[in-house]
Design a protein around this ligand. Structure first.
Ligand code: ZN
Ligand code: ZN
Length: 168
């Protein structure tokens, strides 16, 4: 998705831009993300032939893998977008991105904004019970009889000794 300084300047009060951006790498590079819909971009671009602010909102549906039960769960992300660009080297700063020519390529900035909004440890539900550490069943759907009390490893060694005594 591109916006040119010239078209923004020509538009006078600015330009409303709606577009969809595909970010397939995002699911490949973030292992908690199974899939992501195209990002719906709705922004307003305003400025001059040398400086342009693009702000608005991004929306995408992300399918996560729950970090507890490993099932898929979808969530809609609504993220604000606000970036400024210039094509004058002297005006570049931390908050204003320098663009080499007339075209502002927005995709990398959209991708970065979405990545920052991703859940790092997503869960399908706040009360997800996760997988049984013993038999691996999904405890949201099934109840197993496994003993999942945590045993201190030193006590476990003692228990092993005691139980081998009993078997003699
Ligand atoms: Zn879950
Ligand atoms: Zn179990």
């Amino acid at each position: 998705m591109n916006i040119s300084f010239r078209s923004v300047q020509k538009a006078g009060t600015g330009l409303d831009v709606h577009d969809s951006v595909y970010l397939p790498r995002l699911a490949e590079e973030n292992k908690q993300v199974r899939d992501i819909s195209p990002v719906e971009v709705a922004v307003h671009a305003a400025g001059s032939e040398h400086q342009c602010r693009v702000h608005g909102a991004l929306r995408a549906t992300v399918t996560y893998q729950c970090s507890r039960c490993l099932e898929d769960a979808s969530e809609t992300l609504d993220v604000p977008f606000d970036e400024s660009f210039t094509n004058l080297e002297s005006k570049e700063s931390e908050d204003i991105h320098l663009v080499a020519d007339d075209e502002i390529v927005l995709d990398p900035y959209i991708e970065e904004t979405i990545i920052l909004a991703l859940e790092y440890c997503p869960v399908c539900a706040e009360d997800c019970k996760g997988l049984c550490p013993v038999c691996g069943c999904n405890r949201n759907r099934q109840q197993c009889a496994c003993n999942t009390r945590r045993v201190d490893p030193r006590l476990a060694a003692l228990q092993d000794l005691l139980s081998s005594d009993e078997s003699q």
